[in-house]
Design a protein around this ligand. Sequence first.
Ligand code: PRP
Length: 206
Amino acid sequence: MDLLKIALSKGRILTETLQLFEKIQMDFKGVNEDSRKLFYDFEEYGTRMILAKPSDVPTYVEYGVADIGVAGKDVLLEDKKDVFELMDLKLAKCRMAVAVPEDQPPNAPIYRVATKYPRLTEEHFIKRGFPVEIIKLHGSVELGPILGLSDAIVDIVSTGSTLKKNHLKILEEICPISSRLIANQVSFRLKSDVIMDLMEKLKRVL
Ligand code: PRP
């Protein structure tokens, strides 16, 4: 049987994603990133679940090793992979924002920005009319202004507690972020019946 291969993001969004599938009577029991197992077959649902790093989900889908996937809008905006964005799953809602030190006066110049999202950051500041130097980090970007590496950061903000704990404040919100259902372009045509059926079910519970 040709299973529908679904790439899911590991990490904080995984539980929410599995709960969403449960609501449409697809209970992917046993899928658990702590087990270190990276794929699970569910013949009863005709699916293979693949657990991937969030930033790699669009890559698996673009190359067709996963037919569909659940990926953050942040990663989609940054990597611009050749995939279809099918629907907003409204999971892991947060915002992409520019943040600066709490005590930074308004209109203080920004020369350097630390971020995990260099392309998105560059586009944002070019739109604003002032290009900045971008320093790519892989995590804990809030350290940038604390250590004097950068004047600002661009990062996702969810509860805001990481900013608060590190004495930073939002200067500007760039865009809202949430998880999206994405599809490989060929799979979407070849497996349209099963993918459309899944989307219909998801739409009903969202
Ligand atoms: C993300 C993000 C912020 C934090 C925001 O980091 O990069 O640091 O979450 O969440 P909050 O507003 O609820 O505090 P993550 O936990 O993914 O770790 P990382 O920074 O090391 O990538």
